[in-house]
Design a protein around this ligand. Structure first.
Ligand SMILES: [Zn+2]
Length: 250
């Protein structure tokens, strides 16, 4: 009993300290959070990035180890500040507009080659058309000569690699989305999830990973609209894929 009396005030102090930390994380930081940037601000008109970018930030930010910021100016790709982030989520497609230019392309290339993470969202595979190096960075890119996608609708995404940290433990899931059939390229990729087209019965990659230089790339073609990003399986892929790209254990 004597021991308990001694311990109790210590416990109370510890509880009080923990409560203070909960309400004041800025003044009492625990482990530093990994900084992730969502780069958006321009897309194919059918893609409402104003809705989907904040949703992606919310989905990824549910992993509290990551602090997610959204940048709506594609010209930021040329900024040296880009390198303050551990990973970038490219939710961007310069539809019928020039890309942000040579300095931005070089900066993006150096960002990934230097060891950072890159996540490509849905139609980001169509960005930087005509920039050869982007084929190597993205692994696969949109080829406008190919059929774009199945009619928008329901399909099953199959997890085909349960060994990779991003998809370990994930289960097949149904989603309502665009099943992309338009990717081309020959960089070595590791396919994590795929789906079978209702149109031609062929399998197409829905999510895959690759390396470029010292960088890690998670590329996912799912997530046409807020409803598609609402699927739990899609959310898990983006959250875990971004964590992996940022160098965390998903
Ligand atoms: Zn789409």
């Amino acid at each position: 009993m004597k021991n308990l009396i001694v311990i109790a005030p210590v416990l109370l102090m510890l509880i009080a300290a923990a409560s203070a930390a909960d309400v004041a994380p800025a003044t009492a930081p625990t482990a530093p959070r990994v900084r992730v940037l969502i780069l958006t601000g321009l897309e194919y008109p059918g893609h409402k990035w104003q809705q989907t970018a904040p949703l992606l930030a919310e989905i990824i930010g549910k992993d509290r180890r990551m602090e997610v910021a959204v940048q709506e100016d594609p010209a930021y790709l040329a900024s040296p500040q880009l390198h303050e982030y551990q990973a970038m989520v490219l939710h961007y497609m310069n539809w019928q507009k020039p890309d942000p230019g040579e300095a931005a392309r070089r900066n993006l290339q150096q960002f990934v080659a230097g060891g950072k993470g890159l996540v490509l969202v849905h139609f980001a595979c169509g960005a930087f058309q005509g920039w050869d190096e982007f084929r190597k960075i993205a692994g696969r890119v949109w080829d406008p000569r190919l059929r774009g996608h199945d009619p928008h609708g329901k399909f099953t995404v199959r997890i085909i690699d349960s060994e990779h940290p991003v998809t370990a433990g994930l289960k097949d899931f149904e989603t309502v989305d665009e099943l992309y059939t338009c990717l081309a390229g020959d960089a070595p990729i590791r396919i994590l999830a795929s789906a079978t087209s209702k149109v031609d019965r062929k399998d197409y990659p829905m999510a895959f990973v690759l390396n470029y230089g010292r960088g890690r790339i998670f590329h996912c073609v799912l997530g046409h609209d807020p409803a598609a990003l609402g699927a739990e399986g899609v959310q898990a892929l983006y959250r875990r894929g971004t964590a992996w790209a940022a160098g965390l254990e998903p």
